[in-house]
Design a protein around this ligand. Structure first.
Ligand SMILES: [Zn+2]
Length: 85
């Protein structure tokens, strides 16, 4: 599994909809690849925020904070966002 495969499957993985074989391959990749670990963790945080929003009815201000969070994390990574090794 490559970084590209991980980025394509990450949301399915977080929904626990991947086949066992794909899930194991993805986990094996996360074990060796810090970039994908970071990517999946960030996606998981985003999905949690989206779910919280669905349950609690979060307002536009939270959306702005989320956008700001992504801008900041892009900066701290060197500005190029998600990169493959
Ligand atoms: Zn990777």
């Amino acid at each position: 599994m490559t970084c590209r495969d991980v980025s394509r499957r990450a949301s399915t993985y977080l929904d626990e909809d991947l086949s066992l074989r794909e899930r194991l391959a993805l986990k094996a990749h996360l074990f060796i690849c810090v970039n994908c670990r970071r990517y999946v963790a960030q996606l998981a945080a985003t999905l949690n925020l989206v779910r919280d929003r669905q349950w609690a009815g979060v307002d536009e201000e939270a959306e702005d904070r989320l956008a700001a969070m992504f801008r900041q994390s892009g900066k701290s990574d060197g500005g190029s966002g998600f990169t493959c090794t």
